[in-house]
Design a protein around this ligand. Structure first.
Ligand code: SF4
Ligand code: MG
Length: 466
């Protein structure tokens, strides 16, 4: 999911709509905005579908006056399966004795089911199926004397991955879990402030990127007092999601002081060193494989070409929630550039192999178009484990790499060769020169390694074995 908030600007909703539009790649199912204005109080609009179809309309934006607000774009993950209903769309809002508050969450709480059971037994009335709603109920039950205290106390009971925005009548709040699994950045816009999942959302509103919110940090921001910072959790070594670098974040964002584009093309460089092959053309599976293909081409000296053309009017295939839509999606979205492909030995570069369904179809399309050979190169290690921290990987049984060796995958996909970047190679590409330290990994890489930095306790209760 993507989150965006501002304080101290006029027409907060306009800024939030733009910020969410820049974060649309993080969630395409639904979006919502909550603002506060002293005449009208809290205002909210939550809609299914794209930001541009819902929040560019001045009719809706006019119902969201105020100088402070937060917003969310949603895609459903492990914790929140099934069709998104409007009641699952964030931000969530609650009214407490000291005034209302709203929250918007990116990540996944690994103890949400246990929390929900407890809260329901204490009388909480849940409105949604979302793990994130626990946060607002925990705030309601907190003894904290003000809303920031309650926000902090609620999140001390949460486990797993969370970058969360909160708002009161006058304040914008933001927090990252102690491992800092999901991103969150601070920006300055005029006399006001913004918090966003990624820096690309600051760029669109002309905000200056100030810094990342640190793992375990909470900030409380008001127009009057500026940014106050706290560290409410027991400190831990950070474990940022390495897959944000590979796929999830936008290439024009800055993560950990590095351009995501630069990191991705460096992954391609590492991949070319680890897995060279004689061929005529390096082609990405657009858009997710593009920067890595450029890096592979530069390092190998094999020309780069757009052998597959993407229809710009389709969203991300993976993020569509059902198998049926996902299956159709491949051809609706990608087509082969025959004139370029025919007779050539192709190095096909993509970011990841998950179920293998997309990859198989793309290979068939290349062969139909007359490719002589297809060598598949993947910019991440085999995805063999599900994510429980806010990225929608399927159950382990459906992951190709959980069921097959690399040789078997190569046969199943029907390609001439198949190679994945190593975990060490990936770490080098993100800037850890010595590779992955197995005793103390610098990132979360559980979907590749099975090394889960936070025990997925709800899943363990259901019999999941790590
Ligand atoms: Fe990111 Fe993978 Fe860890 Fe999930 S399991 S947080 S996708 S690295
Ligand atoms: Mg892709």
């Amino acid at each position: 999911c993507g989150i965006f908030g501002v304080v101290g600007v006029s027409d907060a909703a306009n800024f939030i709509a733009l910020g969410l539009h820049a974060l649309q790649h993080r969630g395409q199912e639904a979006g919502g905005i909550v603002t506060y204005d002293h005449e009208q109080g809290f205002n909210s609009a939550r809609r299914m579908g794209y930001v541009r179809d819902n929040f560019t309309d001045s009719e809706i934006l006019r119902t969201l006056p105020g100088n402070v607000g937060i917003g969310h774009v949603r895609y459903s993950t492990a914790g929140n399966k099934g069709q998104t209903a409007i009641r699952d769309v964030q931000p969530f809002f609650g009214e407490f004795s000291m005034g209302g508050a709203a929250i918007a969450h990116n990540g996944n709480l690994t103890n949400a089911e246990a929390l929900r059971r407890d809260l329901i037994s204490q009388g909480a009335i849940f409105q949604s199926n979302s793990d994130s709603e626990c946060i607002i109920h925990l705030m309601a039950r907190s003894m904290g004397k003000n809303i920031p205290d309650r926000f902090e106390e609620a999140l001390r009971k949460a486990e797993g991955a969370f970058s969360v925005l909160g708002m009161t009548r006058t304040k914008l709040m933001g927090v990252r879990d102690p491992l800092g699994v999901r991103p969150l950045v601070l920006g300055k816009v005029g006399d006001g402030w913004a918090l966003a999942s990624e820096t690309c959302a600051l760029d669109i509103i002309g905000a200056e990127f100030v810094r990342e919110i640190e793992p375990g940090e909470m900030v409380v921001i008001s127009a009057k007092d500026g940014v106050q910072s706290f560290f409410p959790f027991r400190p831990k070594k950070s474990r940022f999601c390495i897959f944000e670098h590979v796929y999830f974040s936008r290439p024009d964002s800055i993560l950990g002081g590095r351009s995501v584009y630069e990191t991705r093309s460096q992954i391609g460089v590492e991949l070319a060193r680890e897995a060279p092959v004689e061929a005529d053309l390096v082609c990405p599976v657009p858009d997710s494989g593009t920067p890595a293909a450029i890096g592979y081409s530069q390092e190998s000296g094999i020309p780069y070409g757009m052998g597959i053309i993407r229809n710009q009017y389709m969203g991300r295939t993976f993020i569509e929630p059902t198998d049926a839509i996902r299956n159709m999606g491949v051809r609706l979205k990608l087509n082969v550039n025959r004139a370029l492909i025919a007779g050539k030995r192709i190095i096909l570069v993509d970011d990841s192999v998950v179920r293998g369904t997309t990859s198989r179809k793309i290979k068939d399309m290349l062969l139909d178009a007359g490719a002589a050979e297809v060598h598949f190169r993947i910019a991440s290690p085999p995805t063999a484990w599900p994510c429980f921290y806010g990225v929608d990987t399927p159950q382990r049984e459906k992951l190709l790499a959980a069921n097959m060796s690399e040789d078997e995958m190569c046969k199943y996909l029907g390609v001439d060769s198949l190679r994945f970047i190593s975990l060490d190679g990936l770490y080098r590409a993100v800037g850890v020169a010595e590779g992955r330290d197995p005793a103390n990994p610098a990132y979360c890489d559980a979907c590749f390694s099975g090394d889960y930095p936070v025990p997925p306790s709800d899943m363990l209760d259901k019999g999941f074995k790590t």
